[in-house]
Design a protein around this ligand. Structure first.
Ligand SMILES: [Zn+2]
Length: 664
């Protein structure tokens, strides 16, 4: 700057005198240091190096500072420096709270991170009127976040400047006489485009790596620890460069010991409908045969050296056991972006197009095992922790209210157990059944137990069971059944066709009467009848198709399946609850209670797939009881190892037989 010529104090001619104090003041004013005296514009610098890219913060941050400083107009001075080493995709709340910068020796004094910058911007005694950065993507990678930070600064009266956009002093409120109180149009457009490009760049990278991982999945390569039951077999990396760097890919091969364990777990689940804990208990009886999994330690996981309900569940949930490679089952937790780790819905899973490794379970059994969770929902195995602390309701998972098809609730009054169904007008008023449903359907457990035990005794385990089943099958498929209905429909449709033909013939042979009004009325009357017949015919044909579909899907009864179930003379009601449940689960027991008619519908299902396992389960459950001396059992009690061995021995052949249903 240029100083004005010094004012020399002197005695005025007119005799006036300047005091010494005045003179000192003038001299002091003329010698103020330059930076203090001039109206300098104080700015804060903001820098960021991403943890995502392979950048060196010790080089990148000084470069950003230098570029920012060079772009500042004369009179603008950097008075504070804020920077972070973190991802530009973190949420605003999480920004500037990291400590990654401490790992580097960055030669820039640090006033804080972006959080500190934003906090100071709000304070009245802030040291700056504008913030400068190298480019807008240094603020954030996500447009939403960078515009939010820009907006927050603006609300405090602080301008956000970017070196690569060129800095106009007029953009800083109060720093220039031409500064307008709002952002300028064209620079804002430029900035928004840059933000969009920056966001596109990130998303494009993600897309490319997603596509790469998909391809990797399709080729059957495994990421991460191989699932229980498999071993990772190293293969040469298909990319030559990566192979030369010593990188390998992994394929899954069955573990000779653990592979069969997985198969067994799926069978117990899908066919016996065992709970997770019940399966774990069985496995723990023989740790040599069923070695427990080694968890990936950390994050609350520890080695327990035994099977637990949760590691059984993990195996049942893992679709890789079907021989397909599946990816994107879980979302990786990213606490810095407020993203919690979770299991993705199965619709988001990426399956390889074809099987890529040897399956330990078929896809059908896998699906069946997943469906068991829905079936068992609300029921507990008697061995869990909850079961000890709470009363168990033996029939709850099997007993439905026939009026509304909803599962009943168990409750206890004194020592009696009841099952009830109480619809809620708020949720069910729109349902068809609501009007006729009593406010409360309540049925006592022993009222159900008595016929249920009798049913098993006579129709499942009893001497005359095959006759009883054959008779009920005949009753159901008798001549007055579906066949008769189908025949009647065919006749009705033929009749309608005949009437239609007659009408057409009448129209064809029509001769005008000469009276136009009469002719018109006659014709339109014929047409209306024709339409009505056509509609009726269409409805009947749909009905016919439904009937045909039903009889096609109805399983063919196979009496021989029942013969595979051992005869027993045990009163099921006297077995311990967990063993009763095992039998009910194995038979896919369904109970429907109709409060209006007082009827109880009892249904059990034996299929070709389940019969062998079922027989073993029944034998084990009932024999053990006779071994214990349950009254009512007349069978000799053979010496038995344990339940598990029995269930296992029966496995052969269950998967090769075509499933055929036998319901009664
Ligand atoms: Zn109901």
């Amino acid at each position: 700057m240029t100083l004005p010529p010094p004012v020399v104090p002197r005695l005025a001619d007119d005799g006036e005198t300047t005091s010494l104090l005045d003179w000192l003041r003038v001299v002091a004013d003329q010698n103020v240091p330059e930076t203090l005296q001039q109206a300098a514009v104080p700015v804060a610098w903001m820098g960021r190096t991403s943890t995502d890219d392979a950048q060196d913060p010790t080089l990148s941050l000084p470069r950003q500072l230098e570029n920012s400083r060079n772009a500042l107009p004369p009179g603008f001075v950097i008075v504070a420096k804020f920077y972070d080493v973190e991802s530009g995709r973190n949420t605003v709340e999480r920004r500037g709270t990291g400590t990654a910068h401490r790992q580097f020796d960055i030669p820039i004094p640090r006033d804080g991170g972006i959080a500190d910058l934003l906090a100071e911007a709000k304070r009245p005694d802030r040291r700056f009127v504008a913030v400068v950065c190298e480019s807008i993507e240094r603020v954030a990678r996500t447009t939403y976040f960078s515009t939010k930070i820009e907006y927050d600064l603006e609300q405090s009266g602080v301008a956000l400047l970017a070196a690569d956009e060129g800095i106009d002093p007029a953009a800083v409120p109060g720093a220039h006489e031409s500064a307008a109180p709002f952002r300028k149009a064209t620079p804002t457009l430029t900035r928004r485009i840059k933000q969009a490009i920056s966001e596109w760049y990130v998303l494009n990278m993600l897309e490319l790596s997603w596509g790469g991982t998909k391809a990797h999945t399709n080729q059957g390569f495994n990421i991460g620890k191989p699932p229980y039951g498999y071993l990772a077999s190293r293969t040469r990396h298909p990319v030559k460069l990566k192979a030369e760097q010593g990188k390998v890919k992994h394929r899954l091969v069955p573990d000779p010991v653990r592979g069969p364990v997985v198969t067994q777990i799926f069978l117990w689940r899908a066919l016996d409908r065992l709970g997770y804990q019940a399966i774990a208990d069985r496995l723990n009886l023989d740790p040599d045969r069923y070695p427990p999994p080694d968890p990936i330690l950390g994050q609350g996981r520890r080695r327990v050296g035994a099977w637990t309900a949760s590691n059984v569940r993990e195996i049942l949930d893992n679709p890789k056991h079907t021989g397909y490679m599946v990816w994107n089952r879980r979302k990786r937790p990213r606490p810095e972006r407020d993203i919690r780790g979770r299991v993705n819905p199965s619709s988001a899973w990426v399956w390889s197009a074809v099987p890529t490794h040897e399956p330990l379970v078929t896809r059908e059994i896998f699906e069946a095992a997943s469906a068991v969770a829905r079936f068992r929902k609300g029921s507990r195995s008697g061995t869990g922790r909850q079961a000890k602390s709470r009363r168990t309701y033996l029939l709850r998972s099997y007993l439905r209210c026939d009026l509304c098809d909803r599962r009943t609730w168990g409750h206890t009054v004194k020592t009696n157990t009841y099952y009830r169904c109480s619809p809620d007008s708020k949720h069910h008023a729109h349902q068809q059944w609501y009007a006729t449903h009593p406010a409360h359907v309540v049925v006592r457990e022993d009222v159900i137990m008595e016929p249920l035990a009798r049913f098993f005794q006579r129709r499942v385990f009893g001497d005359g069971r095959d006759h009883l089943l054959a008779r009920s099958i005949n009753e159901r498929t008798g001549s007055d059944g579906d066949a008769a209905r189908a025949a009647a429909l065919t006749a009705e449709i033929a009749g309608l066709q005949q009437r239609q033909d007659n009408l057409v013939r009448e129209l064809e042979s029509f001769e005008p009467s000469g009276d136009d009004d009469f002719d018109r009325a006659w014709r339109s009357g014929l047409q209306a009848r024709f339409r009505a017949i056509l509609a009726e015919q269409r409805q009947k044909k749909e009905h016919q198709a439904d009937l045909a579909r039903q009889s096609r899907t109805r399983p063919v009864a196979d009496l021989s399946l029942l013969e595979m179930i051992p005869q027993a003379h045990t009163d099921l009601g006297r077995l311990p609850e967990d063993r009763q449940r095992r039998v009910y689960d194995a038979f896919h027991l369904e109970l429907r209670y109709n409060d209006l008619s007082g009827e109880l519908d009892i249904r059990v299902t034996i299929t070709g797939d389940t019969a062998t396992e079922l027989a073993a389960t029944v034998k084990a459950a009932t024999e053990q009881s006779s071994h214990l001396g349950t009254p009512g059992s007349t069978e000799p009690a053979p010496v038995r190892d344990d339940l598990v061995a029995e269930a296992l021995r029966a496995r052969g052949g269950t998967r090769t037989r075509t499933p055929r249903g036998s319901r009664f």
